[in-house]
Design a protein around this ligand. Sequence first.
Ligand code: FE2
Ligand code: FE2
Length: 161
Amino acid sequence: MNASMSLPVWSDDLLLDDERTDATHREFMQLLRSSFMATESNRLQRFQKLLEHTVEHFAQEDRWMIATGMEDDNCHSKDHTMILETMREVEKRALAGDTSFITVMNQALAQWFPEHAKTKDAGLTQYLKEVGFSTTDEVLANPETAQLNAHGGCGTQKACT
Ligand SMILES: [Fe+2]
Ligand SMILES: [Fe+2]
């Protein structure tokens, strides 16, 4: 790590008033921070922990979108797919012996995540509340409302800014 890179830190302005989302996002930030602070000997291992968690994190949100009537190729899920594909490519190169991309990827994630959380994830959690979807037990209270609000492809407008 060089001096121009600042460590990612959790900030309460990332809170989205959804317990499960907020817990997952805190864990993401901790794992990203841990990956930032890695040494050469544990760089790949820490990045893989972050990747593993991110797979679950995105799968959870994608599952909630499908459960509330959104198309599986909506813009939010596409964002997840793009990030995961890039992370997997970085892992592949590290497994082949070049871990330098991990540092670049971590920096990119530190920039990308707050923006994503404040737009797409914020839009999603707001939408889930509107249609009465509980992220605790993953039950949808108002299926009719969800169908009306899903707008075919991208969920709420706010979810796709
Ligand atoms: Fe998220
Ligand atoms: Fe997301």
